[in-house]
Ligand binder design. Sequence first.
Ligand SMILES: Nc1ncnc2c1ncn2[C@@H]1O[C@H](COP(=O)(O)OP(=O)(O)OP(=O)(O)O)[C@@H](O)[C@H]1O
Ligand SMILES: [Mg+2]
Length: 528
Amino acid sequence: MAEEFLTFRGIHKTFGQTVALAGVNLDVFPGQVHVLAGENGAGKSTLVKILMGVEKADRGEIRWKGRMHRPHSPIDSLRSGIAMIYQELNLALHLPVHANVFLGREIRSAGVVRESEQKQRTRELFRMLGADIDPTLPTRQLGIAQRQLVEIARAIGADAELIVMDEPTAALSEQESENLFRVVDSLRQRGVGIIYISHHLEEFERIGDMVTVLRDGHRVWQGPAAETSPNEIIRHMVGRTIEDLYPKRQPQFGPVLLRLKNLNSPNGTKNASLEVRAGEIVGIAGLVGGGRTEMLRALFGLDSADVEEFTLGDVRIRVPSPHRMLHHGVGFLSEDRGGEGLAQNLSVAVNMTLSAPEQISRWGVLSHTRRERVSEALIERFRIKAKSPSQAVRELSGGNQQKVALARLICADAKVLLLDEPTRGIDVGAKNEIYRLMNRLAEEGRGILFVSSYLPEVLGMADSVYVMCRGTISRKFRVEELDQERVMALATGVEQDQSPHGRPLPQGEEGSQPCARIVSNGPSFNKF
Ligand SMILES: Nc1ncnc2c1ncn2[C@@H]1O[C@H](COP(=O)(O)OP(=O)(O)OP(=O)(O)O)[C@@H](O)[C@H]1O
Ligand SMILES: [Mg+2]
């Protein structure tokens, strides 16, 4: 028997009537990466939050290095050598980056915080992670991926003996994830224990030693990572196998729904030109910090932008604004579902129907019954794990919140969907459902433009792909023209195949499939 390190015994936790954990046992050893897998709402975050002192168990005990571990707060846990990378990114946005990295363990001399030393150490941590972030910037100015890297640097820099990573790569691109894995390798060699939670199952093969699968708060399977496979884990997670993670469809393209020529924005987008046709799924790939989110935000009018030409169907848009975009049938799913995506304190039903008042009104008056009915149908369709439509969004697990945000767009009947990381934090079964849904929406004649840091997803789902590199967008590729290596070459600037600035894309360059008419039995759109 290896030395005692970390043990969970019989951990129970309920939230009202929801049983989050039903007697979970788990052992973690030094120098071991213990992977926790499970569907959205399976209880993974709850288990590690109890370890950190964010939540309290109803029953059961945790032993840490031979002693009972009953932390009252994350600071307690940190003092006893346990650090955590939080799924919901717990950063003080008003502070500069280095202050967040050293929050709660500031470097002081004679009581004064030594900022220059903190900045220097932060730079070293970022170098190790391959992150290009200025430690003096206010954290608020960083995008989600960069915030995630700050959160990672904070946990790694704490010199903990055990590090919990709750979906650390959710917002990272392949390259940033690989940098993190290298750091994990070296932590493991130094004898640090790691609890690793992720929905990217292939990561388990890369870094996992042991795998535990939770389902509805129960431990349903455990075994060495080397003796299992993503498919087997999926079977334990969802109780079935998934044949076709990226379901195929026969694309049929209609008229151009969104055409953008030379968008420039102070947030860093340079001469971006792109097109989305009816029935088309368009992916945007690139590195974190490559400018994908910035472009999407400028396009939707969330950040200021200057456009040479912008049309939605026949409507010419001079200055994009969220209000105008929504009015003309464009929906946007923000990568920041906590901040600007969802109203955390409001119910699932209110959040889902926020952009579709007409669907839940009768004679112009809000009908609660309609709202309940519409949201119940969406909860069912997306298999959202919620007690009822009236449950507050903040009480849902991360992945289920993401599903609520997606359901809102569907409910608003958007004709063009701009999706920033639509499946972030979503379990594999639900991902598959979201991909089917994307296919169905495209078949109905809608246009989808989605940003994803997860290349297999871009290559698996998109008909056409743009690759961004430092704020500049490539020409439009047919997905068949690309593989992972070529996308990486374009994303890092090794290969340059930019769209010709100032000139529209030549006809036929944006995909060789015939421009068939879209199916006529789809919904009718009178918004354009
Ligand atoms: N504060 C809370 N109030 C009420 N219910 C909660 C609360 N926190 C979690 N739950 C519920 O407990 C269950 C487990 O949630 P948890 O966050 O642990 O899931 P998870 O496995 O981390 O899922 P995900 O993969 O989506 O992050 C879910 O049903 C969730 O809705
Ligand atoms: Mg979670």
